[in-house]
Each structure stands twice: as C-alpha cells, then as structure tokens.
Design a binder for this molecule. Structure first.
Ligand SMILES: CC(C)(COP(=O)(O)OP(=O)(O)OC[C@H]1O[C@@H](n2cnc3c(N)ncnc32)[C@H](O)[C@@H]1OP(=O)(O)O)[C@@H](O)C(=O)NCCC(=O)NCCS
Length: 174
C-alpha cells in the first residue's frame, strides 16, 4: 500500500468512526409501506403469496436501514418467518420497519406486517420478521454505521434482545 492510499484509508476509517459516534434515534429509521393486494400477487385461493410478503418485508427493512445509516446496504440474513393468517386479494398489507439495534457494520431491523380489510377497517397481525443488513462502501466492503440510541422502554427492550438474537445467528454460522 503506498502512502497516498494509506492516508485515504485512514481518513475513511476516521470518518466512519466519527459517524458511528453520532447516534440515531429509532424514529429516524421508521418506515411505513402500504401495498394493495392484487390478483397477480395471489395463489389460486386468492391469498397473497408468501414470496410477495417476503419481498415487501425486505424492501421496508432496506429503506429503514438506509434511513438509519445513509449508506448503501445489503441484506445479510432473514430470521425465520411464520405467517399467522392469510391476506386476501383486495386487502391492504401494512409494513412497519424500524432499526432495533446497530452493531459495527450491521443493523437489525424488525418488520411488523398487518393486513387491513378495506370495507371493515379490521386489521390483523400477519407476521413479524427480523432482518440483518450490512452497510457497504464503494468497494463492497462492510463499513461502520451510526449507533442507535433507544429512548422508550419498548425500544430499550428490543435493543437488549437484539444482542441475544445476533449471538444466536452468529452461533448458527459457526
Ligand atoms: C454483506 C457482505 C458484504 C459481508 O461481507 P463479509 O466479509 O462476510 O463481512 P463480515 O464477516 O465482516 O460481516 C459483516 C457484518 O455482518 C455480520 N454478519 C455476518 N453473518 C451474519 C448473519 N448470518 N447474521 C447476522 N449478521 C451477520 C457480522 O457480524 C458483521 O457485523 P458487525 O460488523 O456489525 O459485527 C457479504 O457477505 C455480501 O456481499 N453478501 C451478499 C449480500 C447481498 O447481496 N444480499 C442481497 C441478496 S443476495
């Protein structure tokens, strides 16, 4: 590595370090997404396809991760998903995504999915998912993200639990 390249790398590391010290609030990343379920998204029983729901979960989580770190992000893992009830053609799917905790280069995002019957207004919880995104630099290498500052009791609880979930994921990998 020559001197100029070394200096550029050190400057980039310092910038990452300073950005990581600037905390972000959970509300900074909160993302809501609404999708109208159309026949093209459904199986022959008129229920939305699981893959469509997964796609929207990934999108909502990606936007939340972007909003948290304002860098390019990629999906690294998605925890197991369980669909609690079917969503029908003509209903709405409502996604709510927030960053629950940021680590060094990775962030855990929780996405809550609900359905809404447009005629009655009734909402049902469809599923909840945890995803991990990593911020990458222009060379595609993981880069530091700002820390998360939880404020409410609920945010603090999710923040604590995120550490345990991360450990389980990493244990599974090893
Ligand atoms: C994301 C990617 C850049 C990570 O590269 P890498 O060299 O494996 O990076 P590292 O081993 O340093 O891990 C980076 C972070 O991911 C975390 N990580 C790794 N595996 C993980 C897993 N299974 N679950 C959660 N986090 C994980 C690490 O703990 C680390 O986080 P930290 O810096 O906050 O501690 C690389 O794996 C990649 O490009 N993957 C493809 C991503 C993609 O294209 N996704 C779209 C679907 S294909």
């Amino acid at each position: 590595m020559d001197n100029i390249t070394g200096m550029k790398e050190r400057k980039r590391a310092l910038k990452d370090h300073n950005e990581a010290l600037e905390g972000r609030r959970v509300s900074d990343s909160h993302t809501s997404l609404t999708e109208f379920v159309l026949p093209n998204d459904a199986n022959t029983y008129g229920n939305v396809l699981g893959g469509k729901v997964m796609h929207l979960i990934d999108l909502a989580a990606a936007v939340a991760a972007h909003r948290h770190c304002r860098k390019t992000v990629v999906t690294v893992s998605v925890d197991s998903l369980r669909f609690l009830h079917p969503v029908k053609v003509g209903e709405l799917m409502l996604m709510d995504a927030v960053v629950t905790r940021a680590f060094r280069t990775s962030m855990e995002i929780q996405v809550e999915v609900k359905s809404e019957d447009l005629l009655t207004g009734e909402q049902k919880r469809t599923c909840s998912a945890f995803l991990t995104f990593v911020a990458i630099d222009e060379d595609g290498k993981p880069t530091a993200v700002p820390c998360l500052v939880p404020e409410t009791d609920e945010e603090c609880e999710r923040y604590e639990d995120a550490q345990r979930r991360r450990q389980r994921r990493l244990d599974r990998e090893s």
